[in-house]
Design a binder for this molecule. Structure first.
Ligand SMILES: [Zn+2]
Length: 304
């Protein structure tokens, strides 16, 4: 049950703060890297730097670059209460829930989170208690899931349930390389089920001046999928629409976010054009759009 959270910064033995970007520069310049330690208060667990690396593409995504990051050294452990300790964070989130109808402890000691109340409150659409309470808990869990490489830790401790049905973690949480599956899930559901999507902010689009009213859209980096058919490219776009542009701007381009709610799948659009190098071939691009109109500002959370 391992889950390692990448560390945003680390300290050297003299207390200097190091970021992955600065360490990458030293790495590129072939300079000696300092000994690193976790900088969460009272922790100081030994950490190590992993330089940026290229990973070959799969049928789900093109080649990707795994950015430079800092992780816990093999065999080391964070101090209890450290913000990079996933188990401690999970217990903290669950311990704060007071509503037994929302979080129930099962006979075997595992816990079960009941999402029916959240679904109903989202459908009613009034951003008051208990909706915000549900969203704070589920949002914190989704952020923790986004920080962990997989759902092993969460799934071992916490079952998700909607009414009589159990919901697998991978049927609830979708990172960028699984937006296509999120689209399929939304298309297959007769009634809306809350899903959490993780993404990176790519742009903000406000209505043009003079065009009257309209929401601002926060757009995430899309998932690109190689089609099974040559000459076919597919994009899976995810966006959040809200009238409060200033609020959406608080999530700057490049930041990681988690978006939680009842998603809507728009109709897909196909554009066809001749291949730039070989005009006899036609290229078609299919764009699928998933969008969310939050009823509560607790539906959009920065990953930290
Ligand atoms: Zn730590």
């Amino acid at each position: 049950m391992s889950c390692r959270i990448n560390m945003r910064t680390a300290v050297g033995s003299h207390g200097t703060v190091h970021t992955p970007a600065l360490l990458q520069k030293r790495h590129d310049a072939r300079q000696t890297l300092p000994a690193l330690f976790c900088d969460s208060p009272g922790c100081l667990a030994p950490a190590c730097f992993i330089a940026e690396q290229a990973v070959a593409g799969t049928d789900r995504h093109g080649p990707v670059t795994v950015p430079a990051h800092i992780v816990l050294e093999q065999g080391a452990a964070h101090a209890p209460g450290c913000r990079y300790d996933p188990r401690g964070r999970l217990h903290g989130i669950l311990a704060a829930v007071a509503d037994p109808g929302f979080l129930q402890t099962l006979d075997d000691g595992r816990q079960e989170l009941r999402l029916l109340g959240l679904q109903q409150a989202l459908k009613r659409g009034n951003a008051t208690s208990p909706l915000d309470d549900y969203l704070r808990t589920v949002g914190a869990l989704a952020v923790l899931r986004a920080l962990c490489a997989d759902d092993t830790l969460l799934a071992a401790q916490l079952t998700l349930r909607l009414g009589k049905k159990k919901v697998a973690w991978d049927g609830f949480f979708y990172p960028q390389d699984r937006y296509d599956e999120a689209c399929e899930r939304v298309a297959s559901m007769s009634s809306g089920f809350p899903l959490a999507l993780a993404g990176t902010v790519r742009s903000h689009r406000s209505p043009q001046a003079g065009s009257g009213y309209g929401p601002t859209y926060l757009n995430c980096t899309a998932q690109y999928r190689h089609g099974d058919v040559a000459n076919r490219h597919e994009y899976f776009e995810v966006s959040i629409g809200h009238d409060d542009a200033a609020w959406l701007q608080r999530f700057p381009v490049g930041s990681e976010i988690v978006m939680l709610g009842l998603w809507r799948l728009g109709s897909s659009q196909t554009a066809t054009r001749p291949h730039p190098q070989d005009p006899r071939r036609m290229l078609s691009t299919v764009t699928h759009k998933l969008s969310l109109r939050p009823v509560s500002k607790a539906q959009l959370i920065a990953v930290d």
